[in-house]
Design a protein around this ligand. Structure first.
Ligand SMILES: [Fe+2]
Ligand SMILES: [Fe+2]
Length: 281
């Protein structure tokens, strides 16, 4: 399997031609199939794909990790360059979503018009689904480990009122490789450890070869009371090691501070996502 980071918050130094944004998009080539995992916040992922020599017209299927703009904002551009791949997503990923602060709410969902214009391209799921050979979309994610505090700012709509987001629009993509599983977290809103445990429950005894994606451990210390405490970030790193995860690549919404703590706990077993990074598994 080859994973190419089409867009992430930071750019790989060696690839000066690539640009970054707050968002995530991964191209996953596996077993003769090309999977697009998220589309970033804009069409930038497609510009970067062209610069990297990746032909998005040949993507066989796309997966949307959850219904936030920084993962689905590039969908319109994807449909411009690809006229065939279905897009798998959870049932409520097309609903309005918000980030709330004390005084206002900000829209963070995916603009509705793309769903209206391209309705036939979407495959809404609400149960664990094998999208194609070896690519599993897990919807049954437990809550054994507490959700990250930062989630408390997230909202959804119910009968015209903003309620806490239950994150039921999020899935964990898991790819079965010859020597284990690769778990893709997207933003990891429901907790990377809960997602890894969902993969272990679905495939008992199969080792976790890799975890790739954001962990949503960001937040500015001193400004945001919802910042994740150091000890719980350490717990995430320790939990990944305890579960035998061989290698973790994280970034996007993990945040620099959490990244430093994870590095301290995990050493060589963690590395950071960058626009243009290529991971061979
Ligand atoms: Fe995100
Ligand atoms: Fe998100």
């Amino acid at each position: 399997m080859t994973v190419t980071v089409l867009v992430e918050n930071t750019a790989e130094g060696a690839n000066a031609g690539l640009r970054s944004e707050h968002g995530l998009s991964l191209h996953v080539a596996h077993g003769g199939m090309a999977v697009l995992h998220d589309t970033g916040a804009s069409g930038l992922f497609a510009d970067n794909a062209a610069a990297l020599g990746i032909d998005l017209a040949r993507v066989d299927l796309a997966v949307l990790s959850h219904g936030h703009y920084d993962h689905g904002g590039g969908l319109e551009r994807f449909f411009e360059v690809n006229d065939r791949a279905p897009v798998f997503l959870r049932l409520t990923a097309d609903a309005p979503h918000y980030a709330r602060s004390m005084f206002r709410r900000r829209e963070v969902g995916i603009p509705r018009d793309v769903f209206e214009r391209h309705g036939g391209r979407f495959r809404f799921i609400d149960a664990d689904t094998e999208a194609t050979g070896g690519v599993f979309l897990l919807t049954s994610i437990g809550r054994t480990h507490p959700w990250v505090r930062f989630n408390r700012t997230l909202g959804a709509l119910q009968e015209g009122r903003t309620i806490c987001d239950d994150l039921a629009h999020e899935l964990a993509m898991t790819v079965k490789l010859p020597d284990g599983l690769a778990v893709f977290t997207g933003c990891g809103h429901q907790g990377v450890l809960n997602m890894v445990d969902a993969a272990r429950a679905r495939f008992p005894g199969v080792p976790i070869r890799a975890v790739i994606g954001g962990f949503h451990l960001g937040g500015v210390v001193g400004k945001n009371v919802l910042v994740e405490p150091d000890e719980s970030v350490r717990g995430v790193g320790e939990g990944l090691l305890e579960r035998g995860v061989r290698m973790t690549w994280t970034g996007h919404c993990t945040g620099e501070r959490a990244g430093r703590i994870l590095k301290d706990v995990m050493g060589d077993r963690v590395a950071f996502l960058r626009t243009g990074l290529v991971i061979e598994l």
